[in-house]
Write a protein that binds this ligand. Structure first.
Ligand code: PEP
Length: 246
């Protein structure tokens, strides 16, 4: 089953979330073999949870803390997210890594916590432009995945991966489908090596400037099991078009 996820980042107040979801539900049609996920800001989760009740659309968070509770000012734990109806969490988004200094070790702890709490993490990985130009894309991706999965290698069926080249996020310049497919194949083989007993229960999503007019270039390829969409998910009409590309 493919997964099409909307990452709203720091956009949409609770009121704007309400308007979005009402419109989205008017124009969205559930599909047989796809799962749709909205990841609004924390402050909009409550209203989103209420409005999505009775639909098949899933709710997720954009980040989490790995402790259950305690003296962690400004942080949000998985226990809180669960109560607000979240079943997914985006972990290690490139903006968290590069703007907020999230380390591979923190990302690993977040994944461990997600598995313990029963929320499904979407682990984001991706190379910078400099790394791509230096020819070390696969090395970077392998390193990010091995460190993120350290000690939890046998749980590859309980997570999804989003391949998001940093240079493609929010730039309007997506990876070519061929480049994305090559990295997706690499990730799939790597996860099989990391967990030979696994049943390929993970999905590998592509993210980075996916728009309604380029989505179908990616969905043609069986290696691409879904999308993580930023900018183009902010309008219900364009997100629905992307969903319908699957
Ligand atoms: C993202 O935020 O994960 C993303 C891929 O953003 P955009 O679609 O805007 O490039």
């Amino acid at each position: 089953m493919s997964l099409i996820a909307a990452n709203w980042k720091m956009h949409k107040t609770p009121k704007e979330t309400e308007e979005y979801i009402k419109r989205f539900l008017e124009i969205y049609q559930p599909g047989e073999d796809r799962e749709v996920l909205l990841c609004p800001p924390f402050t909009s989760l409550s209203v989103a949870h209420e409005l999505l009740a009775g639909s098949d659309i899933k709710l997720g968070a954009q980040n989490c803390h790995y402790e259950k509770e305690g003296a962690f000012t400004g942080e949000i734990s998985l226990k809180f997210l669960k109560e607000l109806g979240c079943s997914y969490v985006i972990v290690g988004h490139s903006e968290r890594r590069h703007l907020f200094g999230e380390s591979d070790e923190m990302i690993n702890r977040k994944l461990v916590a997600c598995l313990e709490e029963g929320l499904r993490p979407i682990l984001c990985v991706g190379e910078t432009l400099e790394e791509r130009e230096a020819g070390i894309t696969f090395k970077v991706i392998e390193n990010q995945i091995r460190l993120a999965l350290s000690g939890i290698e046998e749980y590859t069926d309980n997570i999804d991966i989003a391949y998001e080249p940093v240079w493609a996020i929010g730039t309007g310049v997506p990876a070519t489908p061929q480049d994305a497919v090559a990295v997706h194949r690499f990730i799939r083989d790597l996860l099989k090596t990391v967990n030979p007993e696994g049943e390929i229960g993970f999905r590998i999503l592509y993210g980075g400037s996916v728009k309604p007019d380029n989505a179908q270039n990616f969905t043609k390829h069986r290696e691409i099991n879904g999308f993580l969409v930023g900018g183009a998910s902010l309008k219900p009409e364009s997100f629905v078009e992307i969903v319908n590309a699957f």
